[in-house]
Every structure is written in structure tokens, then in C-alpha cells.
Design a protein around this ligand. Sequence first.
Ligand code: ASP
Ligand code: MG
Length: 407
Amino acid sequence: MALIVQKYGGTSVANPERIRNVAKRVAKEFDKGNDMVVILSAMAGVTDSLLRLAAEMAETPDRREVDVLLATGEQTTASLLAITLKNMGYPAISLLGFQAEVVTDCNYSNARIVDIGANRIKTLIEKRNIVVIAGFQGCDADGNITTLGRGGSDTSAVAIAAAIKADKCEIFTDVDGVYTADPNVCSKARKIDKISCEEMLEMASLGAKVLHLRSVEFALKHNVLVYVRSSFNEEEGTMLVNGSHDYDMERPVVSGITYSKSDARITLKKVPDQPGIAAKIFTPISEANINVDMIIQNTRAGGQTDLTFTVPKTEFKRALEIERKVAEEIKAEAVWGDEHIAKVSVTGIGMKSHSGVATKMFSALAAENINIIMISTSEIRISCVVEQKNAELAVRVLHTAFGLDKE
Ligand code: ASP
Ligand code: MG
């Protein structure tokens, strides 16, 4: 007997038939004597259509009210699953985020969980209820409804699993688990049986869409045993492993290839090469709450240098405007931007103890005539910015080069 948290994503609850399928899966585990807590997303597409509705009412809809609106998506599925389970004769009860005491900060549309009062959930479980909780939502200290950012119901699930000390947290989605690359881009991608939280964290932040980034942070910090599985079959899925113990030493150096088209780059040309200039360039960007990812600076002759950095595409125009002003102030020669880039990354814990990964990556890209625009590295990751049109090809080439292709 175990305490199990299961989370079902939007495609798994997309219609009444699929909700019935979820109910059967939950009931099956409950019948074995397990205690069940179920976290749900909104039906696939619902969050998007709610956002479109809000956009019809105002150009910049009030952020507090948008969260009130978005939270209805998960309210719908939570109640529907509880209705279904009760109709099947099971003691189910649905809870909204605030009822489950999911306390967040007040950053609407991207709130962070600060605390979960596990008492109510635990009491309900002790009375052998199946507790169904609306994911993606919480409430701030003043009682305002908040949401956790797109894809945030993964984070609800792992955070709740941590709070109630669940034996495991299963994230059910429409793919069989975490893959070595996006199977839609790379047909030779393989499912990964076990991946470390560290690698998953890098991969999630580098464009692997299977898990919400903060859910992996929670898993790592609170030692939650997480599985990513499909709700459409009985496959084992991918297990997230904390730390390097219980780990296959023969595993490949690189475990996955990811890509992201969500950044744009901005270049300032012929910037005076003097102390204080970088601060002048980046202070107004951070004051505008824009996240900078990669930065490169060339050293040039004549006391001048070029500086390039990347920002989210959604912030590109704002960042460009800011830098035009900065350029005038610091007497840089020109500013230009490029939205047609992609970041391709190779990730693997094995890199810590292997050299030559970067060389292999650069050579593989060169062999396909793919130009590298920027490079950045961490202990377990190398990322290259390439032209956007080369992103998919780069993923496939690297997948082959690092020996990840399935037979
Ligand atoms: N429904 C929300 C979204 O579409 C949260 C989630 O699905 O995880 O982003
Ligand atoms: Mg998701």
C-alpha cells in the first residue's frame, strides 16, 4: 500500500471518454489499497481559448482577473473527474487550489508556490477519500487566486507530493516518457528509462516540453520520486533519479538533444571597450524584468568590441528599444536584432568526466554546413545558437553523432 500522486495533462482529460479512462486508472490503484491524490490540468486547448477570450475583452487584460479566469479550466476537469468517480461508487472529492491550501506569491500568471498546508488533504486521505485537486492554481496570502505559469500543473503535482510525503508522483501525459530528442523532429529518438533530476532540469529549461521546469526543481529539492508516463498505455515511462546513485555507469555521455526557438538575439556593434559598459547595457534590461540568457563579447582592436546577447522572443521588441537608447548613450555604432535563431543543446551528466563533447558537437554541425552563431556551456550541457531554419536538422545530426539513434 502506498500514497500515490497522479497528475493527468490536458490531452489525458480532453473529453468525457478520456476522463472516464482516467477515472478507471485511478480506481484501479485505489482498489489495490493505495491512497490516491489526483492533480489535473484543464482539457487540452481550454487554457488557450480562455486567454483568447480575455484578449477580446481588453488589449492588456487585468492580470488578477486573467488568473481567476484561467483557474476555471482546472476547476472544470477536477469536478468532472470527481463526478465520474462518485458515479462509479468511489469516495472522491474535488478541491480547488485554495482549498488544498496551495499558497503562492502574488505574481499573477507566473506565481511560485511558497507553502502547501497538507492537513486537509491528509485528513481526507485518512478517511479513504480519493482527493482530486485542480492543478496550475493556488492563492496568495491575501486570498487572491493565482496561476503557476503555462504547464504549471506538473509543479502542482510534485509540490503536493512533496508536501504530503507521497511514495511516488506519476505524471501522465500523451507521450511514453522523456525522449532523447523530440520524437516529432527526430524519428530515431528513444525513450529514456532513467534520467537524473539534474539532466532533466537542464533539458526542461532548454526546450524539452515534457515537464514544467519548476516541477523538476521541486523533485530535486524535496527528493520526490517522479515518473513520466503515458495515460494511453501501460508502459513503464521514465523515472527521475535523484543524485547519481542507483545509476547505470555504462550510460551514454550525452543523454539528450533539445532545441528551443523561443529566444532572439541582439547585437551592439562597436561598443567602447571600457569598465562599466556591460552594466550600462544590461541594467535597463533587468530593470525591465527581461531575462538575458546567453552573452558573448568579442575583443577587438581599437578599443571597441561587439556584444551579443539573447532574450525571450516575447521581449525582443522591448529589449531592442531599450538598447537603441543605450547605444546612443554609450556611443555604440549600431544595434541590430535577429529573431530567426534557435538554440540547440546537448545535455549529459557524463560530460563531467568526458572531454571532447564540444569538439564532437561542432564537427557534427560543421559536416552539415550549419553555422554556429553563439556557444555557451555548463558542466553538463553545451548549447549552440544556430539559424532557426537549421534547428531540426541540427537535432537529428547531433542525435546520430552522439550515438543516441535507436536501432
Ligand atoms: N492548463 C495549464 C496550461 O495549459 C496548466 C497545465 O496544463 O499544466 O498551461
Ligand atoms: Mg504539460
